[in-house]
Design a protein around this ligand. Sequence first.
Ligand code: B12
Ligand code: SF4
Length: 547
Amino acid sequence: MRIKMVCLEDGITSCGFRKMAAYVTGVNPDTEARYVSTNRFRRFGNNVLGRFGSVGELDDDSVDEVAQGLVGNDLVGFSSMTGYSDLTRRIVGRLRKLDPDTFIVWGGIHPIIHPEDAVTADVDAICTGEGEFAFAELHQLLQDDRDFTGVGNFWFKRGAEVVRNPFLPLMTPADMDTLPFPQYGADTERIYIPGMGFVPMGRTEYLAQFSLGYQTVWSIGCPFHCSFCGNTKFIANDVNYKKVRHPSPRYIVDEIKSVQQRFPFVSQVSFHDDSFMAIPYRELEEFADLWQAELAVPFAVYGVIPNYVKQEKFELLTWAGMNRIRMGIQSGSQDILDFYRRPTPPARIMEAGEVIGSFSGTYHVPPAYDIIVDNPIETRQDVVDTLELLYRIARPYTLLIYSLKVIPNTDLERAMAERGVDLDGIDSSYMSIPPRAANLLLYVLALWRPPRWIFDRLLRYARASAEPQRLFPRLGVILRTLYLAKRAVYHLRFMDFSVLPGRTGWLMWRFGIIGACQRRFTTRPPRPERGKRRQVSIRIPVVETSD
Ligand code: B12
Ligand code: SF4
């Protein structure tokens, strides 16, 4: 069969899509990957101004050009998140007109989280769960020209009827070990450039997008069910999503090695797992030993949940090469945390901050803490509680500030509807932060902890987002510039070059500067003694994981 796999995203990170593209290529060698990235390179100027170009949007000519580039295949498989669902729908519609016989499948996060919406596109099928084994079965039945409409994890169109099949069991860690590594830098990958169609995607594109970094996901699953998160839907589909599942440490280390064989300049790895720190210590220990022995690259861990921050895990991972973390705080107000159904009380966040603070500034680039602003149900006191928490939490740190947007079909959407609040859906605007006093104070705190009396005076300006208030756009640009500059300095001080723009970073790698700096200037703590795992009291009960 002739298959094209198409990813729509703001960028080309596409962790799940790359897994699927590799798997489908294994099942069906005549498979090629296509990337439609609607905001290829973020521009520094726009970042300073807080203007983020439209994502998930293409004009009609481009939609036509993309669809033309997909004509002539037996099967076209799309993959997208909700922010790209309208665009997916438009491309699918156009492709259907140009090539009515192509079998069109839509997979990825949107059909999982909002299948009732995805199925209304002009597709033949949607994939509502993990794609690998389900696709292999579908492919076999299509090849054999047999009835395929009973394949699990898929919904199919049969005339006017929609066949909604049940979910397949989730993959086990042993299953995950059998999967091919995500496709990365294959000769068959192409990217869409307006006016040029799909062009080969080589080293330049990877360097421009990721610089010297490599982004991946080792584990899947999270025990929590915050109302704004897609995890609520995953768990509703199958409660086993609460367990943190992952292939073996050997697998993930070999994945990185295979990437380095193709792109030897990769000098920093970022893990985007939902809850990396929930992985049991003994498995992290195996991972750390292999990483330290076989990979010389530092790594960052995103998706750290306060409840799982433990000194022992941090010591171990830092010894192995961890040099940066990102943790979700979201709010410092207990009421708002309750509203989000996040079992991470402010006291536990502060405790996690202490552990993290003991590494940042010496071994780590200062951590990034996620904060959600613009929640219309927040009172002034809630806003002040967040600012107070950030005033008190261990420093240094930086903040990643997001404006609250609602992912359709999540518990948050229902909770907001119950309160009669109408919020925008997820699009690029989640990164545009209105220059209200309270939001600007967040930038101030990311830069500097002012003396208490100054902070108290500044706090007087803080208002709830729904209150009428003055905006400070010019001050916003100044503070944002300083905040971005400080972040860049942090990275460079800790020899994290993954932020250097493509060619500059590559040249520094080529002349051996990066390796030399990383060896000479980075320090690591000693390895924690084997078998001497410290018992750490955890006051907040955590949900059982696979441990
Ligand atoms: C890694 C990650 C990122 C990375 C990389 C993005 C990527 N596409 O991989 C980064 C940091 C860039 C990122 C950014 C964002 N992300 Co994100 N991210 C994730 C995360 C944590 C893991 C994704 C993943 O790899 N999962 C594991 C893989 C194996 O699963 P998968 O992607 O679903 O793929 C499987 C199936 O969907 C299916 N499948 C996929 N494609 C296809 C195609 C076909 C044809 C078939 C048959 C099947 C199929 O098979 C795959 C293998 O089993 C998820 C949370 C989660 N648990 O999924 C959030 C998540 C996907 N992100 C989310 C969001 C909202 C964003 C952002 C908008 C910012 C934000 N606020 O978080 C940005 C937008 C990014 C962009 N570039 O456009 C939401 C999406 C919600 C939605 N309804 O769209 C999620 C679900 C988290 C959440 N908050 O709920 N993200
Ligand atoms: S802790 Fe993070 S990944 Fe888990 S449900 Fe909450 S927001 Fe989602």
